[in-house]
Design a binder for this molecule. Structure first.
Ligand SMILES: [Mg+2]
Length: 269
């Protein structure tokens, strides 16, 4: 299938996963065909996600499961970006982590000592918050106490929700808000709209005209604007912005708005 003139004018595409390529494991309409058309046309594609529940290798398996070919080098998760930041700036420190096993591994691989489950957890030097389906009040208590005692408070994102087939589910931003409220501290963000995730993807793709495609103005489009890349918005997310927000001259700038990824990418799609 031929590409739309807009997409054909870029060499590289950075595609958001949740709400753009898929929603809760189901592809958005035509997404596998759209990615296949990009590859057939010789475009380089990277997938980025503010979700750190899975490792890059696990996301590759999920992509293949919906019919999208990808390798681990094509997938940049916020967990990978967090590991990169921690390895550069906090190697050797102690850490308490709220997140999945994949996130725990990223923090350990960055050279930090995990204190989860020990008596010293609330005295950790770094608190890392990421999305997880398994969260206890004790986790919030320990993270808040460590932050109150002066630990660096880092989170993968401030996303309030993430899309699930039956509706938006509380995201990392909701966990961060709980810890910030209890500790009276403000966390720092590694994922979108901060530039680190996109910069990691750009690092892998190399220098060429690049289009970022995502479903959130406040995350994907804002991050693209922050690093000087063009961005297109798709309306397949669970919290699509209103027409007013899309056209707000003070808000993040898009080069295109489409119903879904296939409509944006494919000629007459
Ligand atoms: Mg998204």
């Amino acid at each position: 299938m031929a590409l739309s003139p807009l997409v054909a004018s870029y060499e590289h595409l950075i595609l958001d996963l949740d709400g753009t390529v898929w929603i809760g494991g189901e592809p958005t309409p035509g997404a596998p065909e759209a990615v296949a058309a990009l590859r057939d046309a010789g475009k380089r594609v990277a997938f980025v996600t503010n979700n750190s529940r899975l490792s890059a290798e696990e996301y590759v398996r999920e992509l293949w499961a919906i019919g999208v070919q990808a390798s681990a080098a094509d997938v940049v998760t916020v967990g990978g970006a967090m590991q990169h930041l921690l390895a550069e700036t906090r190697r050797g420190r102690t850490a308490f982590v709220i997140g999945t096993e994949a996130m725990h591994r990223h923090v350990r691989d960055a050279g930090l000592k995990l204190l989860n489950g020990t008596d010293l957890a609330s005295r950790s030097e770094v608190v890392v918050l990421a999305g997880t389906d398994e969260l206890t009040y004790e986790d919030l208590r320990v993270a808040s106490l460590a932050a109150r005692r002066g630990a660096d408070l880092l989170a993968t994102s401030r996303d309030p929700t993430f899309p699930r087939p039956d509706g938006p589910a509380p995201g990392t931003g909701a966990i961060l808000a709980a810890v910030e409220t209890a500790s009276m501290r403000e966390g720092a963000i590694v994922g979108k709209p901060q530039p680190r995730l996109l910069l990691t993807a750009l690092d892998r793709l190399g220098d060429a005209p690049t289009l970022v495609v995502g479903d959130r103005l406040d995350a994907d489009v804002a991050a693209a604007n922050a690093v000087g890349l063009d961005a297109a918005l798709v309306l397949t997310g669970t919290d699509p912005p209103s027409a007013e927000e899309v056209h707000d001259p003070e808000g993040p700038r898009t080069v295109a708005v489409a119903q879904n990824l296939a409509e944006l990418v494919l000629q007459g799609g």
